[in-house]
Design a protein. Structure first.
Lengths: 251, 388
């Protein structure tokens, strides 16, 4: 199955908040929590100000998600089609995913007695029914466009090319941290929108490598510690024997 | 049995009742937290999802409980028998320490009723999965290692013989689990490459956590021995503790050199002097918590005096707690928000600490923990003979 993608075009967003509303209704999200939220940004100083808005800070659905790697009980899973989904019934609420996410995405409904992780799951249920995610369906301008990732990358390049140099020549998410499902294009530099400066290597690589050594560590430590035990016991025995028979030493 | 009855004759220290009161309040707040939910009992937020309970109760707590495995390895694997008298108190603090870690973690989980999911849902890629299993298994192992104390107290011969028969494999399993556990707490932060300040973020974090845990394991044994000798009015194993302290400069020295070389190699050395709160905390950690105690314990006169042992060990423990708080809370660079613990967070942390001390005092009072009352002179004479 082809990988899904979602193109977010900061230049096309008019700040109508239709995506935010559609998401809250569709997913019955708790008060004061947002899985997608439109923020407003200004570029330049008065009177030469350009105003921008865009749904930012939403789950990027990484190809190599730190949250999925972090979760001790596998409550977060990366599906083959792209969405990173969450199962509150498994979650123990350790919040390691919130700490691990390089984009500061997972949130918690702190007011609840037994809170759950709050995060976009790309309307995986709607996708299964052949529909687009609620936010993309609601967007009137094409600032949110859902589709196949490869096709969206082609379209993103096209939109950058035809912007007459207004857009940054960069698709955020194409290569970042090994690639993400969400792809951003923007006339505003990404750092100014609050995007972190990250490399192209998956953030999960080192951590998963270290965990994969554990079986060898156990084996190695067992051998080394048993060896030390044997060595020091033997040394003591030999010392006792030579003390009991001092003449044997010379012989 | 005879030692137990002898111990019972001694009066319990008066200060204990103050600690009991603190512990009772803390446990009451701990219970209240479950009725309130995590959000209302803490100042945690989406910016700072981890705070005092993770930074102190869990991440520092595990390191402070390292005395058990360090001493068990010293005595049973490296066959340094003269340290045998401090095995039991070290195992006891290790065991109590792990129980407190579990209680602290329970309070911190957003869904504490799901804690048992660690047993049935497995994610082999997760460092926290490894940490969780190490806690469960090591708590079991250290309980078994300590169990002879209980069996002796009640004169149960059969279980005593069983534990004695498997003692060495138990110790080896315990050291393996501790090594994995201490280092995996460091590995936990490998995912935080873009969040943790570069002075603390390092691909060597597992190694740093392990080495510093060994140092603090030694320091905790010293600190507890000095304090319990004072409180319980029992003789102090001063020469043994000096012996342990003499190993500290090597351990802390390796830690310091590795840390500095790593910062030089990654080109982050200069960050130490950027003058920010974080860089200053880092300097305090390295100078006051690592360099100073390493130098102090390298001086024979210092490590042979009770005050020297006490203050040196206290510096190491303080430095370690600061390091763990820096890595798990303060050193995390988040775009918005700030965090200072809620009074209930402090109350639970202090209450758990107090209940640990109370449990330690009561158990050492009623059970043969300090079985081999150390006569200071023979050990000293033996040491002198060995040196001479």
């Amino acid at each position: 199955m082809a990988k899904y993608g979602m193109l977010v075009d900061v230049g096309k967003c008019v700040g109508c908040h239709a995506c935010t509303a559609a998401c809250k209704v569709k997913n019955d999200i708790p008060d004061r929590v947002f899985w997608t939220k439109v923020g407003a940004y200004e570029q330049g100083t008065f009177p030469n100000v350009k105003a921008y808005s865009a749904p930012l800070g939403r789950c990027m659905h990484c190809e190599h998600p730190a949250c999925v790697s972090a979760c001790p009980v596998g409550a977060l899973q990366k599906t083959a089609e792209g969405p990173v989904v969450y199962d509150a019934r498994k979650c123990i609420g350790c919040r390691y995913c919130m700490t691990a996410c390089p984009f500061h995405v997972p949130k918690l409904n702190w007011d609840a007695l037994l809170p759950s992780i709050q995060k976009c799951y790309l309307c995986a249920d709607r996708l299964a029914a052949g529909l687009d995610p609620a936010c993309a369906s609601a967007c009137p301008t094409g600032a949110l466009k859902f589709g196949e990732r490869d096709a969206l990358l082609v379209e993103a390049r096209e939109r950058i090319r035809t912007s007459n140099g207004q857009y940054m020549n960069h698709i955020f998410g194409e290569k970042e941290l090994g690639g993400t499902t969400l792809l951003y294009i923007s006339p505003v530099p990404f750092e100014e929108l609050g995007f972190p400066t990250v490399g192209t290597e998956p953030v999960t690589k080192l951590s998963e490598q270290v965990v994969s050594y554990v079986p060898y560590e156990i084996g190695g430590l067992a051998v080394v510690l048993s060896g030390f035990y044997w060595f020091f016991q033997r040394r003591e025995r030999l010392q006792k024997e030579s003390a009991a028979h001092p003449e044997a030493k010379e012989g | 049995m005879t030692t137990a009855t002898k111990a019972q004759k001694r009066a319990l220290p008066v200060g204990l009742w103050i600690l009991v009161a603190v512990a009772v309040i803390g446990i009451a707040v701990w219970v209240t937290r479950f009725a309130l939910g995590l959000g209302r009992a803490t100042n945690l937020s989406d910016s700072y999802p981890w705070g005092l309970w993770i930074g102190f109760d869990v991440v520092s707590g595990v390191a402070l409980a390292a005395g058990g495995f360090v001493v068990a390895a010293t005595v049973y694997i490296f066959n340094l028998k003269k340290y045998h008298p401090i095995v039991r108190p070290a195992l006891l603090t290790g065991f109590l320490g792990y129980l407190l870690v579990i209680l602290g973690l329970l309070a911190d989980l957003a869904k504490p009723h799901h804690i048992w999911h660690l047993i049935i849902y497995w994610n082999f890629h997760s460092v926290l999965f490894e940490v969780g299993w190490c806690v469960m298994l090591y708590t079991t192992v250290i309980a078994l290692e300590f169990s002879p104390v209980v069996f002796e107290r009640f004169g149960w011969q059969v279980p005593l013989r069983i534990i004695r028969a498997i003692q060495i494999p138990l110790v080896i399993i315990g050291v393996i689990l501790s090594t994995l556990h201490q280092s995996s707490l460091g590995s936990l932060f490998l995912l935080l490459r873009y969040r943790l300040h570069p002075l603390w973020y390092s691909s060597l974090l597992p190694l740093f956590f392990f080495i510093s845990a060994v140092a603090v394991g030694l320091a905790m044994v010293i600190l507890e021995s000095v304090l319990s000798a004072k409180a319980l009015r029992r003789p102090l194993e001063r020469d043994l503790l000096s012996g342990l302290a003499s190993a500290v400069p090597y351990v802390l020295g390796i830690y310091f050199v590795l840390k500095m070389v790593e910062l030089l190699v990654t080109g982050e050395f200069g960050l130490m002097f950027e003058g920010s709160v974080r860089s200053n905390l880092f300097l305090v950690e390295m100078v006051v918590g690592v360099l100073l105690p390493a130098v102090l314990f390298a001086i024979p006169k210092v490590r042979q005096s009770v005050a020297g042992l006490f203050w040196g060990a206290l510096l190491i423990v303080g430095g370690l707690i600061l390091n763990r708080l820096d890595v798990s809370v303060i050193g995390q660079m988040v775009p918005t928000g700030s965090y200072f613990p809620h009074w209930m967070e402090f109350a639970v942390t202090i209450g758990l600490l107090a209940s640990g001390v109370v449990a330690y005092t009561l158990i050492t009072h009623y059970f043969p923990v300090f079985k081999e009352e150390v006569a200071a002179e023979p050990v000293a004479a033996e040491l002198q003979a060995a040196a001479g």
